[in-house]
Design a protein around this ligand. Sequence first.
Ligand code: DGJ
Length: 732
Amino acid sequence: MDIIYNEGAKQFHLCNEKISYILGIMPNGEPGQLYFGKRVADKDYSYLINKDFRAMMVGMPEDESFSLEFNRREYPSFGTSDLRLPAYELIYENGSHVSAFTYLSHEISKGKPKLHELPAVYTEDDDEAMTLSLKLKDELTGMELKLLYTILRDYPVIARSVLFENKGSEQVSLERCMSLSLDLPDHDYVWMQFSGAWAREKTPIEKKLDSGITAIGSLRGHSSANQNPFVIFKRPNTDEFQGEAFATALVYSGNFLTQAEVDTYGTLRVMTGIHPDRFSWELAPDESFQTPEALLVWSGDGLNDLSQSLHRLYRKRLCRGAWKEKERPILLNNWEATLMDFTEESVLKIAKKGQEAGVELFVLDDGWFGKRDDDFAGLGDWYVNTDKLPEGITGLAEKIHGMGMKFGLWFEPEMVNPDSDLYRANPDWVLAAPGRERSLGRHQMVLDMTKEEVQEYLYERMHAIISEAKIDYVKWDMNRTISECFSQGRPASEQGKTYHRYILAVYRLYERLIADFPELLFESCASGGSRLDAGMLYYAPQAWGSDDTDAVERLKIQYGTSYGYPISSIGAHVSECPNQQTGRTTSIDTRGNVSFFGTGGYELDLNKLSDGEFEEVKKQIEFLKKHRGLIQSGNFYRLLSPFKDNYCAWMVVSEDKSEAIFAYYRVLAEVNAGRRRVKLMGLDPDAKYTAGEGSFYGSELMNIGLEISAAPGNLEPLTGDFDSRIVVLRKG
Ligand code: DGJ
């Protein structure tokens, strides 16, 4: 890994074993993008800067053949000779939107600086990364920009962010500030976004890029289930197993925009950052603004390889704390078993059965506080409901701990029901536009997290409960999008800051609790996967993948989520059948086989299972305890897509290739169908692997494949609808 500065050519070459990212100062003094992709030799690449005369173009006054219109820029503005959508926009006191930032100085340093109050990839040792900090200045106004680029030694990843510093004497309004902008010489890419809605998160959608703008974003105040701040750009011939692709991932959980613009000359401009709509940040002299971090990840070996790089990076250098790489506890959550209708006795009965099955963590979900018997009331009143739990959370937690299990608790700190003591006492604590109706979502409003008193109330309540009851795990839920995003009591000029300040305040509350309780495991949740993004993983290493717990639906949701997020981060549970969301009945085996490829856990009353099913659950828990290390930290391969096939197949392989687990699922039974083989991935070709009673060479499994329509390794053949099998492969 290195950052090579070529002083003569004024070029910077960031490289590691796999990738190169090259930028250089252009004739107008601003940095231009020269190359991003597979590693190339270091040399002077000035010939990649274009000079041309074209009708209708505008160019630099002193050399009209140099136009920004057809040059590739590192951090483009709008309004001089480039009229594509810009990475940033500043409005000066006289109303001008025109900026011209030029190179001032640079610094190349070891390691990676922290981003103030923002989640970001980190290093544990300065030798793991190098950072280029490129300082640009707008001579007319004194504004400065610091473009930060970190290249990581062990990952094909560039991390970027931008610092705006008002070093001038006038007030400036920042209206747009992307975290990353990347101009590429061609647009022969397929854009792949991950879209959905509540209970159907992260469906991959592909679009061939062509002239014009392709964009996704969120203006919901959270990253959302509707779109995700992770987009893949793959060459048309790239698939899971081969070919070139790169992705952008925004390490942020609020409003976002990811956009690709293909211009008249066929070049591509990609950008991602805070959504510029509803964003406006006044910068007085000496004030600054730091954008969230964005990641660029590259692969020359297909989408599985691209995902694996991100998985590894997130597990090792984005997730933090005691749990970042620890095997996740097998949990039992009472939500689908009881909803809010429970007593200490009924909850203990469920927990007891869990303990018998081998569960390690019992989680009490919504309904334990205030007058919370349904979702119309109580939210915000974080005091235990002693009608349900006469001995309080502390009493219940002691009993669960006494059974030898950890105890987890649900909170939804950011919300309040109008029917709550908290709201009655503090109606100005919610986000609400003056004189307008206050929209409700799930009968609740959004607390104005930016207010110090709100932050302190939530911190005090959560801290007290977590410490008194010695809580081991918190499920941090968030069940509605933000509307009427207005911070009561603040001046008009501050309102454009509210969405961003809101998410910073959420991060701050997390950060304070993490500092106080370093052993606590957080699982983030937003009605399932509505805020499952890289930003959240910095605070909570796992996230509830979806409120849809149907095993067949979960195949798609977990498969889609795996493109951008590691298996260890995807909350997945076995729930009851008929399933509460779809009414479908699947076997306890298949439900288990799907939940294994996530954090693993249960969300039902185990007392209601037949003896046979309960015995299966015990076996599943044994299996998970034995294999979760591999599943949660191995290399994950998508093999057959449930979006395209009646089958779904995936596998994980240990880093040293000595062990692997292959899983396949068939949705609907087939009659008289042809034989199906799946080619496995990532094994040692020369090694022999045992699979049940069978024995196969790695090369055989990867080139001939395993016949899943028959019965590999003497497994029972698939029968009926929704059947599945797990094959454990061991070297030797
Ligand atoms: C939505 C979550 O996704 C569910 O798992 C559950 O915690 C409910 N909220 C509780 O209200």
